[in-house]
Design a protein around this ligand. Sequence first.
Ligand code: CAA
Ligand code: NAD
Length: 284
Amino acid sequence: MTQIKQIGVIGAGTMGNGIAQTFAVAGYPVLLQDLSEAALERARKTMESSLGRQVKKGQLSEEAARDALARISADTKLETMADRDLVIEAIVERLDVKAGVLKQLDAICRPDAILASNTSSISLTQLAAASAHPGRVIGMHFFNPVPVMQLVEIIRALQTTDAVAEAVTEVTRAIGKTPRVSKDSYGFVVNRLLAPLINEAINCVYEGLATPEDIDSMMKLGANHPMGPLALGDLIGLDVVLNIMETLYEGFDDPKYRASPLLKQMVHAGYLGRKTGRGFAEYH
Ligand code: CAA
Ligand code: NAD
């Protein structure tokens, strides 16, 4: 199994820039790719501000933050991933789009390069089937915000080799995260529990039980959650929450996972949460 040294991250959005930053802080050279220079520029600004918070908290020296940023290069061309040992995709939560990128990576990356997906809910076995080398595909599921959240859910596809699983578990520890293994099941463990919670909170708003603020406040005051479920949906991105609910609903064919009508309306209206400045709250 190749020694993991060179990291590639595809998708520089909410999760991708945090994953790139986390590997860079741990000393790995990272190549970050997205579809546009604008997306890469936004990612750099986000990483600079996130690293600045860690410096302010005394978690990181100024020099370590500067060195981390210097380890991250960015490009819009997928072909630049050719020399990577581990490529993590954090692009849109759509099986067809992810499968398409895996196929492109088959032609670009070495056959022994590991292809990991940060998918929230999609079957890794279905994803692996898109690659000519399915044994190298695995789920590496980070949590938002990546610099802060300790967990990485490791999900093996039926096709994933032992060597790939061992190498990914090892590198997860090397970047200071805690690996926990979930079976390849829709939504894995955390999102099987968390997405329906957020969806039910949206149903409570839809049915007029209480205001979004009060629902969030009740879960913080009554269940000691660090943030309320609606604020969490805004942090994750309501488009991502809807994608997860649709994967659970179709995957398990179980009406209990039906997405709230209000969740669909919010996504149709483009009110996706923090990333568009408006969800169940407004963000400036
Ligand atoms: N980069 C670096 N540091 C950050 C950060 C970032 N992006 N965001 C927050 N922090 C740090 C802050 O510096 C602060 O540090 P101290 O406590 O040491 O001062 C700490 O985290 C708390 O940040 P804030 O004070 O800004 O706000 P907060 O106290 O409300 O914490 C939070 C923010 C960490 C997000 C907290 O509210 C929280 O843990 N919320 C729950 C998040 C969660 O459940 N994530 C999982 C979602 S599910 C998922 O990700 C999977 C999926 O597939 C959808
Ligand atoms: P996002 O919408 O914030 O970012 C996605 C990024 O991918 C965008 O910058 C987009 O330009 C880029 N992209 C889309 N198609 C691409 C392609 N073909 N090639 C290169 N870049 C492409 O999404 P996100 O919230 O970061 O989610 C990304 C993935 O991570 C999804 O699979 C999601 O389910 C998963 N995830 C999200 C969270 C969360 O809290 N948002 C947490 C864990 C996992």
